[in-house]
Design a protein around this ligand. Structure first.
Ligand code: GDP
Length: 391
């Protein structure tokens, strides 16, 4: 992931600075230049980088740096604070609540990853205990309904759409009504995208929005457009009341940093980022934990959240008890492997631990590690019960 490279470069610059025997203006400037270079390479706007550099120089007291033993911490904290300010996206206008029906409408240009993201969003909430449903109101792109249907079926999420009907408003209204009757609490409406921001796209969006009265409109954007994200986010914000933004394809693009900071500059709240094609390559975007992970400082709150998500509450004390007694059997190991696989992509979990950055687990290796765990589990499956307990 390109952003992991950014985090790696910043961490290396900080390490180099703290290794210097004397910290003077020159060493500090070198470190700041290194960090600025890394940010510019991630396509962050020049003015933002320049302001950030000036702010850090203002915050960091060179005397304290020279005397203190914790130079790296002081600088890391200053970089952390500045990156957080730069990427602070504001708060979304609405957050779905379990058991209370809500309608969320997705808008964006064609190819931005809108349909894929609808399913990821539904799947994420399903894991949190929501009852989501998907409505395909994209009658413009041939194959859109099939794609949504396929994704929804895989994730076991109810869906609604039509091959015959060409009026997106009619489909959206029918789908929303049906799922309200079925007591779904999160009804997601996927709308048409177009190649560019043309009037017809905005008009259709407005009509679907008027007819379905969404509680939240989410704008989906491809991170590869970099700094152009600013104009795109503004244009969509002016046409419909966009309450939140999701930035996709953050896994592969050198321009990810640019898109993220540009959207934050429009004060549109980024709530999730897409980090791959797979359904669980989707992360909550919360600025402090994100920057913390980027700098290799970990995210304990996120890690504990994952543990609580995948290990059933009643099994948590038992697991700790067994571990403290030293009775770690192969069967217990098998259960823990199952939990790890449920936690989602291993690289994502790794980056939540302090000292690790996503850079340490490149994409290809992630799949390899996951495959290895699966192989061990297959070997254990072929063992008898007695062997599993005794080992
Ligand atoms: P739509 O036209 O906006 O509905 O876009 P789609 O959902 O069809 O996505 C377009 C392409 O982008 C598909 O090949 C998706 O698999 C891919 N895609 C979507 N989100 C991501 C992401 O976060 N990372 C990567 N690498 N690919 C993505």
């Amino acid at each position: 992931m390109v952003l992991a490279q950014l985090g790696g470069s910043i961490s290396r610059a900080l390490a180099q600075m703290s290794n210097a025997t004397v910290i003077d203006e020159k060493v500090l400037n070198e470190c700041l230049n290194e960090i600025s270079r890394a940010l510019l390479q991630a396509d962050v706007q020049f003015k933002m980088v320049r302001d950030m550099q000036a702010n850090i120089k203002r915050i960091v007291n060179l005397e304290a740096l020279a005397a203190g033993t914790n130079k790296r911490r002081i600088m890391q904290q200053a970089v952390f604070t500045e990156l957080c300010t730069m990427l602070d996206p504001g708060k979304p206008s609405f957050t779905p609540k379990k058991g209370k029906p809500s309608v969320v409408m997705f808008v964006g240009l064609q190819g931005s990853g809108k349909t894929t993201t609808c399913t990821k969003y539904a799947y994420y909430h399903q894991k949190k205990g929501f009852k989501p449903a998907l409505v395909c109101a994209d009658t413009f792109r041939a194959g859109a309904f099939d794609q949504l249907k396929q994704n929804a079926t895989k994730a076991k999420i109810p869906f609604y759409g039509s091959y015959m009907e060409s009026d997106p408003v009619k489909i959206a209204v029918e789908g929303v009504e049906r799922f309200k009757k079925e007591n779904c609490d999160l009804i997601i409406v996927d709308t048409s995208g177009r190649h560019k921001q043309e009037a017809a796209l905005f008009e259709e969006m407005r009509q679907v929005s008027e007819a379905t009265k969404p509680d939240l409109v989410i704008f989906v954007m491809d991170s590869s457009i970099g700094q152009a994200a600013f104009d795109q986010a503004q244009a969509f914000k002016q046409s419909v009341s966009v309450g939140a933004v999701i930035i996709t394809k953050m896994d592969g693009h050198a321009k990810g940093g640019g898109a993220l900071s540009a959207v934050a500059a429009t004060k549109s709240p980024v709530i999730f980022i897409g980090t791959g094609e797979h359904i669980d390559e989707f992360e909550v975007f919360d600025v402090k934990p994100f920057v913390s992970r980027l700098l290799g400082m970990g995210d304990w709150a996120g890690f504990m959240d994952k543990i609580h998500e995948v290990v059933p509450t009643d099994q948590q004390p038992e697991l700790l008890q067994k571990l403290s007694e030293g009775s770690f059997t192969l069967r217990l190991m098998y259960e823990q492997f199952q939990n790890i696989l449920k936690m989602g992509p291993i690289g994502q979990v790794f980056s939540m631990l302090p000292g690790f950055s996503a850079e340490l687990m490149p994409k290809g290796h992630e799949k390899e590690s996951q495959a290895k765990i699966k192989r061990y589990m297959t070997m254990m499956d072929s063992m008898t019960d007695a062997a599993q307990i005794l080992s």
